[in-house]
Design a protein around this ligand. Structure first.
Ligand code: WT7
Length: 651
C-alpha cells in the first residue's frame, strides 16, 4: 500500500486536501502561518535566513531608499557564500557521503553517475582554484554555456565559491545569443563543452561558443570534454576543463560576500527587442530558494528531487541547483530529451532512481497525454510523493491527468507561479495545507504580500493585475544589469510602490489566486519565455525582410506558438524557400526554441496612427476571434480584409 498524501473533498468536484499522513509529514500544516508571517514580514524572513550559514550576521534585516521602492536591500552587512551553504555546510555536518546528484546521461549505454556532497565539493574547489588562476576575481562575470552535465552545477558553484557572477546561456540558444549576452555582461571567461547529446545526436556546442565569444571581452574559454568530438581549438584562449582541474587543490576558501552582492545574472525576454540581464543578489535569493524548496516540495533528507528544467532557465538555477543543494538533498540531473530513446524515458528514470518529488512544466504533461497512458503505466511510479508544475497556467485536463496517471491519485500537485525576476516560487499551495484545485495556483508563499489592482493601480477585488507589495520577497531581482532606468520603467513605473508582475490574475472568494497569464508582449512557447519584439527584431535583420509582426497562437501542446507576418522587400520572393530561410535565420539568431510555427507573407500589417503595430488585431486573426475590435482607428484599416484571406479567418 502506498500512502495517500491527498484526499478528495467529497462535497466539491476536483478539490483535494492533504491527508492526515501528509499533514503529519509536512514541514507546515497550520494555515495560521500565512497571517503570522505577514504580521511582521521582516521578522519572518530574518528568522528564515538564520537557517543558512553566515560568516557574519547582518546588521539590518531590510533597508529601502526613501522614495525609491525598487532600491531595497535584505540582510544588509551580512557576509555569506552560496557555495559554502550548498556544500561545506553539509560535508562539515557529516553528510559528505550523501549523494548530491545522480546524473543521468542521455545515451542509454552510459551509466548514471552518482556524486556525493564531498566529491562535489572537491570538484567545485578544484575548478574554483583554476578559475582564480585564469584571473577571475570577485564580481567578475563568467559565462556558462553548458548542457545538463555535472560540470554545469560544478561551474555555478565554483563561480559562487570565489564571489564571481555567473551568467548562464541555455545550451539550445545560438552562438549569436551567447555573443549578445557576453558583450552586455562584459564577461571575462566562458565555460562550455565540446558537445552534447540530444535525441541521439552528438551536437557540436563549441562551434556556437566560438561565435559567442568572438569580438567580446571574453579572454578564456574553458571546455568540458563531454564526448569524443574534434572541435576547433584556439591555443592560448581555450583550455580543457579536465586538464585545468587536474593540477588544482581540493581546497578553496570561500569568498564571503556581502548579502547584496550579485550571485548571478540571467537574461530573459521582455517586451522590447533585447533580452535583459536580470540581476540576483546572494543572501535574499538563497533564503527564498532554500525555504521554497523545503516547504513547497516538503523536501526531507530521504527525498530524491527532480526538477526537469534546464539550468539555462531560472527554474533550473533555483530548483536544479541552489534549492536542492542548500537543502542537502539528492537530485537528478538529466541530460536528454523526454522522448529519447522513447517517451517512457522520464517514467523509467523515476522508477530507476525512486524519485519522490517531480517538478515539470504543463507543456511536457500535454505532450505525455498525447503519447498515451500506456507509457507511464509501464513503470512503477509509487515512489512519487509530490508533483510540481511551473512555467505557464496548467489547464484542468493536464492537471487531472498528471494527478491521476502520474501521481496515482496520491500526490498533491503544487502549481508554482513565479518568474525569472522573483528568483523563486511566489504563489503556490503548501502540501500540508491545501486545497489543491486544478488551474488554481494558491496563495503567496508565507511572508510575501500580493494583491490585484486595476489599470489605475487601485485595489481590484476579483480580477486584475498581479502586483507584489513592499517589502517584497528577499529573492526578488535587484536590477537589470547596467540599466537602472529600464529596471524602473519595466517593473516600477506603472503602479506606485508596487512590483508589476505583468501577469493577470483572478482572486477567488477563498483568497486563492488563479493566474490568467501575461498582459504584455511576452509569449510562453513550450514554457519558454520569448518576446514578440525579440523575434521581430531577429526576423527584420534578414536581408529579404522589410518588416515583421509576431503574435502568439494557442497550441494544444506548446501552450503558445509564434506566428509571423512578414513584409518582404521584394514580394516576388514570397516562396516556401524564403520561409525555410527565415526559420534557419531564427535558429541562428535566437535558437530553435523560437522557431515560428507559421509565416505569412503580407503587404501590410495593421498599425495605429502613430505607426505602432496593432498586435491585438493580428492575434484575433490567428485565433479566429469573432470580435476583432474596432479597426476604424487604424492608420491602414483596409489591410485587415486582405489579412483575413491570408490566414483563412472565419474559415
Ligand atoms: C512567466 C515567467 C518561473 C519559472 C519559469 C518561468 C508564467 C510561470 C506559472 C504558473 C501560470 C505561470 C507567468 C510568468 N508562469 N509559472 N504556475 N501558472 N503562469 O519563468 O520564464 O521568467 O516566465 O511564466 O506568465 O510571468 P519565466
Amino acid at each position: 500500500m502506498t500512502t495517500k498524501w491527498i484526499v478528495e473533498d467529497k462535497e466539491k468536484e476536483n478539490v483535494f486536501w492533504p491527508s492526515e499522513e501528509m499533514k503529519k509529514a509536512a514541514w507546515v500544516s497550520d494555515p495560521k502561518i500565512y497571517d503570522e508571517a505577514l504580521k511582521d514580514q521582516k521578522a519572518f524572513w530574518a528568522e528564515k535566513a538564520g537557517a543558512l550559514h553566515w560568516e557574519k550576521k547582518w546588521d539590518n534585516v531590510y533597508e529601502q531608499e526613501p522614495g525609491k521602492p525598487w532600491n531595497f536591500k535584505w540582510f544588509v552587512g551580512g557576509k555569506i557564500n552560496a557555495a559554502y551553504n550548498c556544500l561545506d555546510r553539509h560535508v562539515e555536518g557529516g553528510k559528505g557521503d550523501k549523494v548530491a546528484m545522480i546524473w543521468v546521461p542521455e545515451p542509454t549505454d552510459e551509466k548514471p553517475v552518482k556524486i556525493t556532497y564531498s566529491e562535489l565539493n572537491k570538484k567545485v574547489n578544484k575548478f574554483a582554484n583554476a578559475l582564480k588562476k585564469l584571473g577571475i576575481k570577485k564580481g567578475d562575470r563568467v559565462g556558462v554555456y553548458l548542457p545538463m552535465i555535472p560540470e554545469l552545477m560544478i561551474s555555478l558553484l565554483a563561480v559562487a565559491r570565489i564571489g564571481a557572477v555567473h551568467n548562464v546561456v541555455f545550451s539550445a540558444f545560438s552562438g549569436e545569443s551567447v555573443k549578445d549576452r557576453m558583450e552586455d555582461a562584459e564577461a571575462k571567461l566562458l565555460i562550455t563543452a565540446n558537445g552534447y547529446y540530444r535525441r541521439g545526436k552528438l551536437l557540436d556546442l563549441k562551434k556556437n561558443a566560438d561565435i559567442g565569444v568572438e569580438g567580446t571581452p571574453v579572454k578564456n574559454v574553458v571546455v568540458v570534454k563531454r564526448a569524443e568530438l574534434d572541435v576547433n581549438w584556439v591555443d592560448g584562449r581555450d583550455h580543457w576543463f579536465h586538464e585545468l582541474i587536474e593540477k588544482e587543490s581540493e581546497k578553496c576558501e570561500s569568498e564571503f560576500v556581502e548579502a547584496n552582492d550579485m550571485l548571478f545574472m540571467l537574461y530573459t525576454s521582455g517586451t522590447t527587442g533585447k533580452p535583459k540581464g536580470i540581476v540576483h543578489d546572494t543572501a535574499g535569493y538563497l533564503t527564498q530558494a532554500y525555504w521554497t524548496t523545503k516547504w513547497n516540495f516538503n523536501a526531507k533528507d530521504d527525498d530524491v528531487f527532480w526538477c526537469t528544467a534546464d539550468v539555462g532557465w531560472i527554474t533550473g538555477h533555483t530548483y536544479g541547483c541552489y534549492g536542492p543543494f542548500s537543502n542537502g538533498i539528492t537530485q537528478i540531473v538529466f541530460e536528454g530529451a523526454p522522448d529519447y530513446p522513447d517517451i517512457g524515458r522520464w517514467w523509467k528514470t523515476i522508477q530507476d532512481h525512486k524519485v519522490s518529488v517531480f517538478y515539470t512544466a504543463p507543456t511536457a504533461i500535454r505532450m505525455f497525454i498525447k503519447a498515451g497512458d500506456a507509457w507511464p503505466k509501464k513503470y512503477n511510479l509509487e515512489s512519487l510523493k509530490i508533483l510540481g508544475s511551473v512555467g505557464e497556467p496548467i489547464d484542468e485536463e493536464a492537471w487531472l491527468w498528471y494527478f491521476r496517471t502520474i501521481g496515482g491519485g496520491r500526490c498533491p500537485i503544487i502549481d508554482t507561479w513565479w518568474q525569472t525576476e522573483t528568483g523563486a516560487n511566489v504563489v503556490n499551495t503548501l502540501p500540508g495545507i491545501g486545497p489543491f484545485i486544478p488551474t488554481v495556483a494558491g496563495r503567496p508563499f508565507p511572508g510575501i504580500d500580493m494583491k490585484l489592482v486595476d489599470e489605475e493601480g487601485n485595489d481590484a477585488e476579483m480580477s486584475g493585475y498581479l502586483v507584489e507589495k513592499p517589502p517584497f520577497a528577499p529573492g526578488m531581482l535587484r536590477g537589470i544589469y547596467k540599466n537602472e532606468q529600464k529596471y524602473i520603467d519595466t517593473y516600477w513605473s506603472r503602479f506606485k510602490n508596487l512590483y508589476d508582475t505583468s501577469d493577470g490574475a483572478k482572486l477567488r472568494e477563498d483568497g486563492l489566486i488563479r493566474i490568467t497569464g501575461r498582459v504584455d508582449d511576452v509569449m510562453k512557447v513550450a514554457g519558454h519565455r520569448l518576446s514578440t519584439g525579440e523575434l521581430e527584431n531577429a526576423i527584420n535583420e534578414h536581408e529579404l525582410v522589410r518588416e515583421s509582426a509576431v503574435v502568439p497562437r494557442p497550441d494544444k501542446i506548446k501552450g503558445e506558438v509564434p506566428i509571423v507576418f512578414a513584409l518582404l522587400i521584394d514580394p516576388s520572393k514570397a516562396t516556401e524557400e524564403t520561409k525555410a530561410e527565415i526559420v534557419r535565420h531564427v535558429d541562428k539568431m535566437i535558437g530553435p526554441t523560437a522557431r515560428p510555427a507559421a509565416i505569412y507573407f503580407v503587404d501590410d500589417v495593421p498599425k495605429t496612427r502613430s505607426g505602432k503595430i496593432m498586435r491585438r488585431i493580428l492575434r484575433g486573426l490567428v485565433t479566429n476571434d469573432t470580435n476583432l475590435g474596432n479597426v476604424t482607428t487604424l492608420m491602414n484599416p483596409e489591410c485587415v480584409e486582405h489579412l483575413k484571406e491570408v490566414v483563412g479567418y472565419g474559415g
